[in-house]
Ligand binder design. Structure first.
Ligand SMILES: [Zn+2]
Length: 291
């Protein structure tokens, strides 16, 4: 970490906005994002109270065409590096790269007590960390919607949501200044493929009147409903039945449910499946291991 020491409290020098320290009282709970606002990628949100920081998600952003030769764009972790005396936990809502891709880079610069991740995300993170020397033994605790994390100032609970990857969780964080609902990526689909969202728990949390809602999901600003995954599933099956020859299908590896539907339809229509591409192979491999 020595190489970062010289940046200590040098926001001004680094050209970053300088926050007047007096504006924050010791009893305040701070809420801020290091990435993920107004962009699709590098989601990373922090909830800070006194000497504790609860970080939710740690993603990368895939660079556009203008960033030739750049593999990932990651958030600026300097604020967390400067808070090296504070205890930090990292909570992961789901296993998409824009929520977990930054973890190896964060761990190299910032001390994290533990990573809490749902089952599928945990497997993806373990695979990722296995490729980074020295990080293989990072403590990752598996969580589900019944899990509770208790620190001195925070109680963190979870609720099931639907997303394109299995095991997606929304987060409820109780702080000394009220409660915060952090939805993670989600959609509403009354006939989903895979586990349903826990609407009852959401309604219950709503009835408790949380102080703050942090909600951000791709295309949330577009009116109307997205079509149900069950409809997509029927459509895929129909196409496979009618196609006489070999089929080539392109989809995002991150859309694990969609990949699963394609493979199931292929098996149901007596086809063999070949998977191409590094992330596609990774995801299929882990999905099979997870059942
Ligand atoms: Zn996602």
């Amino acid at each position: 970490m020595a190489e970062y020491k010289k940046h200590k409290n040098d926001n001004k020098e680094a050209g970053l906005p300088v926050r007047p320290e007096t504006a924050v009282r010791k009893t305040d709970t701070l809420v801020y994002a290091l990435g993920g606002l107004g962009e699709v990628g590098k989601n990373m949100y922090c909830y800070e109270h006194e000497n504790e920081i609860c970080i939710v998600d740690c993603g990368v952003l895939f660079p556009g065409d203008e960033l030739l030769g750049i593999d990932y764009v990651i958030p600026d972790y300097h604020h967390l590096i400067r808070q090296d005396k504070k205890r930090k936990i990292l909570v992961i809502t789901h296993g998409h790269e824009d929520h977990i891709g930054g973890i190896p880079f964060l761990l190299r610069q910032v001390n994290i007590d533990a990573i809490y991740a749902p089952r599928f995300a945990k497997a993806l993170i373990q695979k990722k960390l296995a490729e980074h020397k020295g990080l293989e033994k990072t403590k990752i605790i598996e969580i589900d919607s019944d899990y509770r994390i208790r620190t001195k100032y925070f109680t963190v609970g979870f609720f099931d949501t639907i997303h394109s990857i299995p095991d997606s969780l929304g987060v409820l964080i109780t702080t000394p200044n009220g409660s915060i609902v952090h939805t993670g990526d989600f959609k509403f689909d009354l006939t989903p493929v895979g586990r349903n969202a826990d609407y009852q728990k959401m309604a219950y949390i709503g009835a408790l009147k949380p102080t703050l809602l942090m909600s951000d999901s791709t295309n949330a600003g577009v009116e109307d409903f997205s079509i149900s995954e069950k409809d997509v599933s029927r459509e895929i099956m129909g196409i496979m039945r009618n196609a006489k020859h070999r089929m080539i299908i392109a989809t995002f590896a991150s859309n694990v449910y969609r990949v699963g539907q394609i493979i199931e339809a292929a098996l149901a229509t007596g086809r063999k499946v070949a998977v191409f591409g590094r992330s596609m192979e990774n995801v299929v491999d882990i999905a099979r291991k997870m059942g």
